[in-house]
Design a protein. Structure first.
Length: 457
């Protein structure tokens, strides 16, 4: 009698992230992750390619490289090896945090070669800093992690709204009610599937909504699959296609600052996913995750891609589906590699209308914010210092979301550090937590002043 390779009883005793669900479920749930983050992973190479004046075919190579390296980085992060990889369900991809700096490097005459050189050196610097950076975990109690996770969700919501409006502000149909209607229809499909009795169908709600929404969009004339067959079917990434990296000090310095921001955001994402999965996240695990991040980023320019980071939108997918297995995300990494090698598949996925992704994104990103609120519910607000930490951190994190020009007149390094609501809220929460909870003179002051909120005095 043939034995089954899966052992449900044994797997059920493993931590959620280490449970293997079988190839069929891995493929289905992994595809959900790819569809969720596809728009985000191809956007940076498209923006950078346009700024560098590349032809469409050359920009296509940047996109293929982003998919290939993102898949490779995801597998390194989820499967991992000694001292590398957090072994959590974390999807990796090109970081948006570095786009503005790369554009500045490209536009000032350095070109892509200088940008690639800066990414390599800055990533190696980040790799050296990882042991020290990982030790900040003790400065991440629930009052800090709750603020950061909440801000991750809030900062992603504008992305979903842009998708709902059509994705391209320069397009004629930008903000067309028909786009919003398609997004709302997709959102309704997510809700309907989430109400079904079948747990399998509930967990596939996002994938089902994207597939059905795309089908409806095709019938209504919102999308066109004619471009899928145009171009190469298979294309292997070439080494240093855009030239040998050039190492310029100013470019390296600016990219190193970006690296510190990315390390902060990745740390926040690792803590967030650990909170959702229900797994212990300590300094060692953060260090392993950051090493995977920096190692992937260092080898990324070899294939023609840029700095890698954890994708926050996929944190929401883990939260809403309850699928916590890292092997599912590793499978998503495999799918990304295939998409990088098969441009025809990439063109097929790229045909999904942005409003469809926007409808699904509202739920995904809102779920991340809700997870942060759940974490903040554990905080003791009878102590007014925690209330102040939460209020101030979230408010400062909202600044670049509400007004993107707020830091326009500040030095470049300030704009780089604070342009993200996630990094702004994270740094504010950490500093205030240190001020109130780790400095001796403030701890004593707070203990004397502490009164219950409902004391009536």
């Amino acid at each position: 009698m043939q034995q089954n390779n899966t052992h449900p009883e044994r797997d059920a005793q493993l931590p959620a992230e280490h449970q293997y669900l079988g190839m069929k479920k891995n493929m289905l749930y992994g595809l959900q992750h790819v569809l969720t983050m596809y728009g985000g992973i191809i956007a940076p190479p498209l923006i950078i390619g346009a700024a560098a004046g590349l032809e469409a075919s050359e920009t296509g190579l940047l996109v293929a490289a982003a998919l290939f390296v993102g898949g490779l980085a995801t597998i390194i992060q989820t499967i991992g090896f000694k001292h590398v990889g957090a072994q959590l369900p974390i999807v990796q991809g090109v970081s948006f945090a570095g786009v503005a700096t790369i554009l500045a490097i490209v536009s000032t005459g350095g070109g892509l070669a200088s940008a690639f050189g800066a990414v390599i050196v800055a990533s190696l610097v980040g790799l050296l800093l990882t042991p020290f950076f990982a030790k900040i975990i003790r400065f991440f109690p629930p009052v800090v992690t709750g603020c950061v996770i909440t801000m991750i969700g809030i900062s992603l919501l504008p992305v979903a709204i842009r998708w709902m409006m059509g994705g391209n502000p320069k397009a004629e149909n930008w903000g067309d009610p028909a786009n919003v209607g398609l997004a709302v229809m997709t959102l309704a499909i997510v809700i309907i599937f989430s109400m079904l009795r079948s747990q399998m169908l509930r967990r596939l709600a996002i994938l089902a909504a994207i597939v059905i929404g795309t089908g409806l969009a095709y019938v209504a004339g919102f999308t066109d699959f004619s471009t899928v067959s145009a171009g190469a079917v298979v294309a292997f990434p070439s080494f240093f296609h855009f030239g040998v990296p050039v190492f310029e000090f100013s470019a390296i310095l600016s990219m190193t600052i970006v690296t510190l921001v990315i390390m902060t955001e990745t740390t926040a994402d690792i803590i967030a996913i650990g909170e959702i999965v229900g797994s212990q996240v300590d300094a060692k695990r953060i260090g392993n995750g950051l090493r995977a991040d920096m190692l992937s980023s260092a080898i990324s320019p070899v294939f023609g891609s840029f700095m890698q980071t954890a994708f926050a939108q996929n944190v929401g997918l883990v939260a809403i589906t309850g699928i916590k297995s890292r092997f599912v995300v590793a499978t998503a990494g495999g799918i990304l590699i295939i998409l990088g090698l098969l441009p025809v598949m990439g063109r097929l996925v790229a045909s999904i209308p942005m409003p469809v992704l926007g409808g699904a994104g509202i739920v995904l990103f809102g779920t991340v914010a809700a997870s942060g609120i759940r974490t903040l519910a554990k905080v003791d607000y009878n102590d007014h210092k925690n209330l102040l930490i939460v209020a101030t951190s979230l408010a400062i994190g909202m600044i670049p979301i509400v007004n993107q020009e707020f830091y326009a007149q500040f030095p470049t390094w300030v704009k780089t550090l604070l342009h993200s609501g996630i990094s702004s809220a994270c740094m504010t929460a950490i500093l205030l937590n240190i001020l109130f909870n780790h400095l001796p003179f403030t701890k004593k002051t707070v203990q004397v002043a502490r009164l219950p909120l409902n004391s009536g005095h």
